[in-house]
Design a protein around this ligand. Structure first.
Ligand code: UTP
Length: 299
């Protein structure tokens, strides 16, 4: 069986939920403390055995290319002040993997973004990680959990999680039959259904391992919800030809593409850090006390 060596990370979306910040900063470059979101996602891929990262970008996303490149001028400045550790840290970022960039010339949807990478992926299985979703799992990275299932069955695997019924319309939803412990064979997929339409409460999250046959399926996929070529619709077409598995991903998921998810991720990562945890906890407690006091005074 072919190895899963390449990961496609689509980052061409406009990130309108974060305007005005995203007018000039890609949402993937927004920091969780001192590391941009995209850094965590690349780390997850690299820690799962991925060697080549294919970013599907747009012209407003140049900062991502720069982030994964060397920066000789900055190195020179750091060198002068003896900051060897910092230079080493910066180099490590660029050396994590081979980075490839391709432009999605028009933002025609996530399915279209994945299809844009078809020639770069070629005829081999590949991973897809969305550039604004973080999965925290120190034992086994999210995408590795799916890659292992790919090695077991040799077919596409979609990462999922259970969501409350009222939230189904925010996600792609799949329904299927469990085959072995937590792994389902998918029977239907639908993008952002209404509560009535949804065949289950199993939501697709931003992690996939796909066979290259998905590209032909995407080529046949018509424009769908929101006037975009949806990856979920492409996978629905692929499912007509070959089996697709689904697995609930273990770990903490942060959807950093929306404001609350972003704030939650910052708090979570800060409380995880030895150098920040105590002070941040104190800060939260004090804020909480202040807010309690205010609400008592108001009532
Ligand atoms: P989102 O729906 O989060 O879109 O896309 P967005 O434009 O980035 O953000 P909002 O909704 O306007 O705030 C999910 C993922 O698919 C990528 C996005 O970059 C994001 O990682 N995407 C979406 C593309 O690469 N190309 C597209 O045409 C659409």
């Amino acid at each position: 069986m072919k190895k899963v060596r390449k990961a496609v990370i689509p980052v061409a979306g406009f990130g309108t939920r974060f305007l005005p910040a995203t007018k000039s900063t890609p949402k993937e470059m927004m920091p969780l403390i001192d590391k941009p979101i995209i850094h965590y996602i690349v780390e997850e891929a690299v820690n799962s055995g991925i060697e080549t990262i294919i970013f599907v970008t747009g012209r407003h996303k140049r900062a991502i290319e720069d982030y994964f490149d060397y920066y000789p001028e900055l190195e020179q400045v750091l060198n002068k002040s003896g900051k060897e550790k910092e230079i080493e840290m910066l180099r490590q970022i660029s050396n994590m993997a081979e980075f490839v960039f391709i432009r999605q010339k028009q933002q025609l949807g996530l399915g279209h973004a994945v299809l844009t990478a078809a020639n770069l992926v070629g005829n081999e299985p590949f991973a897809v990680l969305l550039g604004d979703e973080i999965i925290k799992n120190d034992e086994k990275p999210g995408i590795k959990q799916l890659i292992d299932i790919y090695y077991q069955f040799g077919k596409s695997v979609i990462g999922t999680m259970e969501v409350p019924k009222e939230d189904v319309s925010k996600y792609g939803i799949v329904a299927g039959k469990e085959v072995i412990n937590g792994i389902k064979i998918i029977e239907s997929l639908i993008e952002k259904p209404s509560v009535e339409e949804a065949p289950s409460t199993t939501a697709i999250i931003g992690r996939y391992v796909l066979t290259p046959n998905v590209f032909d399926a995407l080529r046949e996929t018509p424009i769908g919800r929101g006037g975009e070529i949806q990856l979920t619709d492409g996978l629905s077409k692929l499912r007509e030809k070959e089996v697709i598995y689904a697995k609930d991903i273990e770990g903490i998921r942060h959807d950093t593409g929306n404001k609350l998810g972003y704030i939650e991720a910052i708090i979570d990562f800060a409380l995880d850090r030895q150098d920040l945890k105590d002070e941040v906890f104190k800060m939260i407690k004090e804020k909480y006390k202040e807010m309690e006091k205010d609400s008592v005074e108001q009532n």
